[in-house]
Structure formats: structure tokens, C-alpha cells
Design a protein around this ligand. Structure first.
Ligand code: AMP
Length: 227
């Protein structure tokens, strides 16, 4: 955390198709502003890894590139939002993904007098997303993100951030599943852009630029929300 660490409660949503950079940018905002990143994809992968009933059901759907049921996702999110570290607000990455989830989130936040302060749409081209996703991998120890073409570790096989040497690729980051995930995005998630626009809480960000340029645009948008 640094001098920009926020003190007021803010809830921010990063919207955008798979590969738009939501996770990477959410982690950068987390570090910059002291907000907590909350990724339903990460929560679901943890449920899959621990073999819970919800995890078993979610696993098949995630492999196909479809969306896990609102019931499962909302239950997992509700548990996470009840924890103390998120009381000052969150950066939601990968949630909501349907209008029903957005409505349920509004109700959930209202219970504690909170709102969605800003929904930021990361705007990208679909075709570029397939290349972006197919080449990405992360450090198995600290989660730092890399890409075969755009961001390789400075020393091959060693994480720049933590110095460890085990990397992993997501099971659903193959071209076929990515295309299914893009279809799910356009059919079920893109309507959220209108949902938040109608609530006057939508901002748009050109996410085809490089990681640092996108981070700089997002920093300006978040500073505006915090001011
Ligand atoms: P992500 O890590 O956000 O790319 O999510 C990976 C996969 O988890 C998605 O393709 C979905 O199958 C599932 N998933 C993550 N978040 C949600 C959500 N909010 N609603 C439904 N499914 C989700």
C-alpha cells in the first residue's frame, strides 16, 4: 500500500470479456489503493481444488466455458463478503456476470448501506483476446501473471515477483474454451454495460493499450471515485 491508500468505502466492478486484463488490473489497483480484489473465478477454482459439492458442480461448467449457476456463485460471494477484510470495499473481478447477479449484489450491498460506486468496462477486441488468453500463465506461488508474447519473466523459469520457479496455466485457457467463454460474455454479461450505464455508474476504458497505459487510465478513474 502507499500514500493513495483509500479510507472511504468504495466498491468497484471491472467488467470485460475474458482476457481483457481484469485480474491483472485489479491486482494493480489493490496494491495502489489498498482495495481488496475479489474474483469469483478464483473463489470457484478454490472450491474446485478443495473438492466441495459446489466445486464439483462448478468444475464441469468451467471446463465447458459456460457460466456457473447464480445460486452457487452468489453463495460463495456472500460468504466472502461477510469477512472482515472486505468491509471497506472491494474491486470485483469477474462478478457480476449476469443481470440477476447484479441485482442480487445491489440487494446484498444495500443491507450494509453500500452501493456500487463505479463499474468500469474494459473495452477490447474479441480476436485479440484469444491470443492473449492462450499465452498466459501465472506463478504458482504468488499469482503474478505472465504471457508467452507480452510479458515473460526477466530470468527464464523464475518469477520476477517472488523468485519461485513453478508456473501454471488454467485448464480453461485453451482456444476452444476461450471462444465459448466469449460467447457467454456477449450473451449474458455484456448487458451489464447498459445496466450500469442506466444507473449512471459506468465508465469505459480502452483496454487494448499496454498493461501500464491501462493501469494509468484506471488509476485516474479510481481517483475520481475516491475524491
Ligand atoms: P474467470 O476467472 O473470471 O475467467 O472465471 C473462470 C470461470 O469461472 C468462468 O468461465 C465461469 O465458468 C466461472 N465463473 C467465474 N465467475 C463467475 C460468475 N460471476 N458467474 C458465473 N460463472 C462464473
Amino acid at each position: 500500500m502507499d500514500a493513495d491508500t483509500q479510507t472511504k468505502t468504495v466498491n468497484i466492478i471491472l467488467l470485460g470479456p475474458p482476457g481483457a486484463g481484469k485480474g491483472t488490473q485489479a491486482r494493480m489497483l489493490e496494491e495502489k489503493f489498498g482495495l481488496i480484489q475479489l474474483s469469483t473465478g478464483d473463489l470457484l477454482r478454490a472450491a474446485v481444488a478443495s473438492g466441495t459439492e459446489a466445486g464439483k458442480t462448478a468444475e464441469t461448467v468451467m471446463k465447458s466455458g459456460g457460466l456457473v449457476s447464480d445460486e452457487i456463485v452468489l453463495a460463495i460471494l456472500k460468504d466472502r463478503l461477510a469477512e472482515d477484510d472486505v468491509k471497506s470495499g472491494v474491486i470485483l473481478d469477474g462478478f457480476p456476470r449476469t443481470v440477476a447477479q447484479a441485482e442480487a449484489l445491489d440487494v446484498l450491498l444495500e443491507e450494509s448501506g453500500q452501493i456500487i460506486d463505479s463499474a468500469i468496462s474494459l473495452e477490447v477486441d474479441d480476436e485479440a483476446m484469444v491470443e492473449r488468453i492462450s499465452g498466459r500463465f501465472t506463478c504458482g506461488s504468488c499469482g503474478e501473471g505472465y504471457h508467452d508474447s507480452f510479458k515473460t519473466p526477466a530470468k527464464e523459469g523464475v518469477c520476477d515477483n517472488c523468485g519461485e520457479g513453478s508456473f501454471k496455466r488454467r485448464a480453461d485457457d485453451n482456444a476452444e474454451t476461450v471462444r465459448a467463454r466469449l460467447v457467454a460474455y456477449h450473451e449474458q454479461t455484456a448487458p451489464l454495460i447498459t445496466y450500469y450505464d442506466n444507473k449512471r455508474s459506468l465508465s469505459r476504458c480502452d483496454a487494448m493499450a499496454n498493461i501500464d497505459e491501462v493501469a494509468s487510465s484506471l488509476k485516474t478513474l479510481v481517483e475520481r471515485v475516491l475524491s
